[in-house]
Structure formats: C-alpha cells, structure tokens
Design a binder for this molecule. Structure first.
Ligand code: NAI
Length: 356
C-alpha cells in the first residue's frame, strides 16, 4: 500500500500492463481502476480491493502492482491465466452499491478478459452486487455456491507453504510460535489450521475485536498491532496489507522465517535481500497465497473445484523454491520472480513464433 501521492501518468508510464481502465460512475461519483497485466497464458484473474487511497495515482499504482503479482502467481501455479486487479477508491459517503455496480459493469465490458472475486474490504454481499452486472465474478463465501470458500483455499495454501518453510528450517509446527498480523478472512482461517497443528499463536489486528475473537477461540495471545513484528517467534505470517516488511523491519524482525497471505508483503527487493542475508527465508507471497486464485480460476476456466491436494501442492512449490534459493544463495522472492518471468517469456515466444 502506498502512502505518498503520485501521479497516475507516472505510474502508467512505468507499467507493462496490457490495459489500465479508470472508470467513474456519473451519478454517485464512485471511481474504480481495473488493471489487466498480462493475458498471454489466459484471461486475467484478480480480486476487488476497496481502499481509501490518498490520490488516484496511488490507486492506479496499487492496481498495477497487484495485477503484476497476480501474473507471477499464475505462472508459478502453472495456471492458464494471467494477472489483473480491480481497486475501488473508498471515501466517506461512498455509495457502496453504486461503486460495486460500476466495477461489475466494467468487468462485463472487458468481456471475459478479466475475472474477479474478493480482496480486502470486499464482502460476499459486495460481490453479489458485481454479479448482477457480470458473470465473470466468483463470490466464494458459501461452500454450496460458485468455487467455494476462497479465503479458506488461500489459508490452506499458506498453511501448506508454512509447513514447507517449517520443514526447511527444521521447525516442528507443533509448539512453534507463529505471529499472525491481521485476523480477517484469511488470517482467522489460517489461525484455525495453525492451532490444529499445535502452533502457539500471537495475533494482532487494527480492529482489535477481530484479534480478540481469534484469541478466544484458539487460545492465542493478542498484542498491539505495532508489537506484532517485534514479537520473537518461529514464523511471522503477515495477513493484513502489503509493504509491511520494510528494510528496517527486515533488519530486526525476530522471526526465523516469513510466510503469510498478504500480497506484496516486502516493501521492496532490498527488504528481501536483508532477510536473506540474515538467513531468514521468506516464502514469496505470490507462491504462498495462490489458493484462492487456483480455486477461482479452476472454477472459471474448467467449471470445477480444486481439491485439497491441488492446494497443498503450493507447499511442494514453496519447498522446491526454498531449497533452490538456499543452494543458489538468492532471496526466494527473486528466484520465484525469475522463474515466473522465464515461464511467461517462453510462453510469449511460443505465441509469437507458433513454435514450442
Ligand atoms: P481482510 O480484509 O478480511 O483481512 C485483513 C485484516 O487485516 C483485517 O481484519 C484488517 O483489520 C487487518 N489489518 C489491516 N491493517 C492492519 C495492520 N496494519 N495490522 C494488523 N492488522 C491489520 O482481508 P483478507 O481477505 O483476509 O486478505 C488478507 C491479505 O491476504 C490481503 O493482503 C489480501 O490481498 C491477501 N490475499 C487474500 C486472498 C483471499 O482469498 N482473501 C487471496 C490472496 C491474497
């Protein structure tokens, strides 16, 4: 998440997105941005985020960065899909229904180039509003409806990646301390899986009642949000927003490994290098949190739900990456990005030349 104002034109000049659409609803004044990063492998997939951005440029920057991360996520999950993202500019007095209708109309106009679903602050009810305008949306809160519980799919994938990370570090999750930052849809479900595995949980949320609810159910210790990245632990699991691991935090994070659901969790590549230099492996978010994408895309593209085994394969990918990153002495995020870019480049070459 960005904090400084920047111009949309600057962001657009620096992106290789196929399309960035900025739309405004005349009646309500709601504004949304849809970024389609790459459709070489297949239609773009990405959820809808609603956030109070300081300026349009920040919203465009977030949409573009998140869409790009979705492309890498698809490539690493070997899905015939690409990356996209929709963001809605939240503001006091926003007509929420009109805003989600606007996104729905925009997705409909993209005609199947972009499939969407949940992301931060977008509820199943919001998605039902979108679904009234377009069929290219997964609602995903009801086991009987659409692709199923997408947040649960994400939590299952993150948990599989954490198991891989723990094995890589020689940690037994039973008795390990895991700090979970953000106990929303994914964080709360992840806490359930970790508690079942015997982990000791430390939780924090800017909405303290959410962390308190998880603490009550799973016997977790609740701490203030500013403490969660300072608590000594085995694994740090960021499940709130992106950009939380800055270089400064990476230098001091008292965790043996990092693996969570939040997109773009490293503030920059330098933060990943600091962690790597300290011997603290970080499973790339676009590997760990691919569960919802895998489940949503399988539903959209093939009309089927993914089974647990497909989601748990995220753990295999994570383990392979961690082993290779350690052997090659590179941060896992940089390695994963290189693998994803290479897969995409090869696919683009096939599309351009018609030769494998
Ligand atoms: P959510 O909105 O349900 O939960 C996020 C939680 O983080 C909220 O409870 C919020 O109060 C809390 N939070 C916000 N800022 C915080 C801070 N500074 N410190 C502590 N808590 C804070 O969102 P959801 O769906 O659980 O997603 C969490 C993260 O995972 C997001 O970054 C999202 O992009 C990513 N993600 C989610 C997927 C899904 O299936 N829902 C799929 C892939 C990634």
């Amino acid at each position: 998440m960005t904090s400084t104002e920047r111009s949309a034109a600057d962001v657009l000049a620096g992106t290789d997105c196929e399309q960035v659409v900025v739309v405004r609803d005349r009646r309500s004044g709601a504004v949304a941005v849809v970024a389609v990063h790459d459709t070489t492998a297949g239609p773009a997939h990405g959820g809808i985020r609603r956030w109070a951005y300081p300026a349009l440029g920040d919203a465009v920057a977030d949409a573009v960065a998140l869409a790009q991360a979705m492309t890498w996520k698809c490539a690493l999950a070997e899905l015939p899909a690409g990356g996209g993202k929709a963001v809605l500019l939240d503001a006091p007095g926003l007509d929420r229904r009109a805003a989600y209708r606007l996104v729905g109309r925009t997705v409909a106009q993209l005609g199947g180039t972009f499939f969407t679903g949940p992301d931060v602050n977008t509820t199943a009810d919001d998605l039902r509003v979108v679904a009234a305008e377009t069929r290219f949306v997964a609602i995903g809160d009801d086991p009987a409806e659409g692709p199923g519980d997408l947040a649960q799919a994400t939590a299952v994938g993150v948990f599989a990646a954490q198991q891989a990370l723990a094995a890589h570090l020689g940690i037994d999750l039973d008795g390990a301390t895991v700090c979970v930052q953000g106990t929303g849809a994914v964080g709360a479900r992840l806490c359930g899986l970790l508690a079942e595995a015997g982990a000791r949980l430390v939780v924090a949320d800017v909405l303290p009642e959410r962390a308190a609810a998880v603490a009550a159910v799973h016997g977790a210790r609740q701490v203030a949000t500013e403490r969660i990245a300072r608590e000594p632990c085995d694994l740090f699991a960021p499940c709130a927003l992106g950009g939380v691991v800055t270089e400064a935090i990476a230098r001091e994070l008292p965790a043996r490994g990092v693996c969570g659901a939040a997109n773009n969790v490293l503030a920059n590549a330098a933060a990943g290098r600091v962690l790597h230099a300290r011997g603290v492996p970080c499973v790339p978010d676009f590997v760990a949190n691919a569960g919802a994408l895998i489940q949503g895309a399988s539903w959209h593209l093939f009309g089927e739900r993914t089974g647990l085994a497909r989601l748990q394969r995220i753990g295999v990918t994570a383990r392979e990456l961690l082993v290779r990153a350690a052997a090659e002495d590179v941060p896992p995020g940089e390695l994963a990005l290189a693998v994803a870019r290479d897969r995409l480049a090869r696919l683009r070459a096939v599309c351009e030349t018609g030769k494998p």
